[in-house]
Design a protein around this ligand. Structure first.
Ligand code: SF4
Ligand code: SF4
Length: 364
């Protein structure tokens, strides 16, 4: 392992240990709705999601007041998600209030509802960053996301955002699976034609509704291809990056993104779900033992400081599987979103960290 890489991983490890003791809230996810106008095969949200029990406009205002009173909001980024957040009729009421209260915020969206007027309103209420999903060429994107015409609308949304010329960053996110990986090169050509700030590429995870599609999970060969693709584009100077998903091992850490990976759930990241439940990262399965409170009855500050121990630990210590793994010190059992909480026969969640010769614990 290169000395520089080892030093980087060691610095990250000591930072994580310090954060177990002294967590720092940096990203607060607000899931504004579970409703969506698309129906992605890998996502639990849908247009039929019920809105009963969703937090009200006034409750969001109260949450923002509470967070402002309890934390230094100059250090916090609000990350607005859904469902599709723009489906909420009071979206601009809530986000204008956040902006007037001094919050920095960004959003993930499917992009289909972003007309020029919407892009203008997003700029007026202070949105700094946005990530729009493009999951393949037009036919693939529309099929995977269950919405004919969705690709064209999302591309129109991206162009409207760029034309507005008011945002710190416009990003595209692509979830790669065993099928659409064939389209990466063609997608890259399309991205080149857009004036976006970055292209975030992540792999489909075997969680939630995606479990019904084992044929679409990336194989080991797909992972190799994906990371080779990202490294090639980065070497050529393009802002392509792998997202926050897994520890990738010395061969890929820092070559596929700008930072050494850590699972930030409960260390930098907390979330408030559409029904008020408080958890860490929204990518984590919503199991009762991982929901640490509800904003209707609990103060976020109390939950953050006193009830998040479940996220502030080295998962590898709990797993026979990880015990003895040479990567455990830096991987810590990988991300909470892929952790096998039922301990039903765990396989290594970290897909690529091992060399060809010692990769026997990888399934594919
Ligand atoms: S749960 Fe997964 S996506 Fe969330 S911070 Fe951890 S590794 Fe990243
Ligand atoms: S076995 Fe896999 S998940 Fe566990 S510590 Fe090693 S690399 Fe990470």
């Amino acid at each position: 392992m290169k000395r520089e890489t080892l030093q980087g991983l060691e610095r990250r490890e000591s930072q994580v240990r310090a954060l177990y003791q002294f967590p720092q809230l940096r990203q607060l996810f607000l899931e504004l709705t579970l409703r969506c106008n698309e129906h992605c095969f890998h996502c639990g949200s849908s247009s039929t999601a019920r809105e009963e029990g969703h937090l009200t406009t006034q409750e969001y205002r109260d949450i923002l007041d509470q967070v402002k009173a309890d934390f230094d909001i100059r250090e916090i980024q609000l990350c607005i998600t859904g469902g599709e957040p723009l489906l909420r009729p009071d979206f601009f009421d809530i986000m204008s209030y956040a902006h007037a209260s001094g919050f920095h915020w960004g959003m993930t969206s499917n992009g289909t509802l972003i007309t020029q007027e919407t892009a203008h309103r997003l700029a007026r209420c202070g949105m700094g960053t946005i990530s729009i999903s493009i999951d393949g060429l037009p036919e693939t994107h529309d099929r995977l996301r269950g919405f004919p015409g969705g690709y064209a609308l999302a591309m129109r949304g991206i162009e409207n955002l760029i034309r507005e010329d008011a945002f710190h960053a416009v990003q595209v996110t692509t979830v790669v699976n065993h099928e659409n990986i064939r389209e990466l090169d063609a997608l890259f050509e399309i991205m080149l034609g857009l004036d976006i700030d970055s292209w975030r590429v992540i792999n489909l995870e075997p969680i939630g509704r995606a479990l019904e599609h084992p044929d679409l999970m990336c194989t080991r060969e797909d992972y190799r291809r994906l990371f080779a693709f990202i490294m090639e584009k980065r070497n050529e100077g393009y802002p392509v990056e792998y997202g926050c998903s897994h520890y990738l091992g010395p061969a890929y850490e820092t070559k596929t993104r700008d930072w050494y990976w850590m699972c930030s759930a409960g260390l930098f990241v907390a979330s408030i779900m559409a029904n008020g439940d408080i958890g860490a990262c929204l990518d984590i399965e919503r199991r009762p033992e991982l929901i640490q409170g509800n904003i209707r009855t609990d103060r976020l500050r109390d939950v953050w400081y006193n009830r998040f121990e479940v996220f502030r630990r080295d998962l590898s210590a709990d797993s026979e599987y990880c015990r003895g793994c040479e990567h455990a010190r830096f991987c810590r059992g990988d991300g909470h979103h892929s952790w096998d909480y039922d301990q039903k026969g765990r396989e290594c969640a970290s897909r690529t960290c091992c060399s060809e010769s010692d990769a026997s614990h990888l399934k594919n």
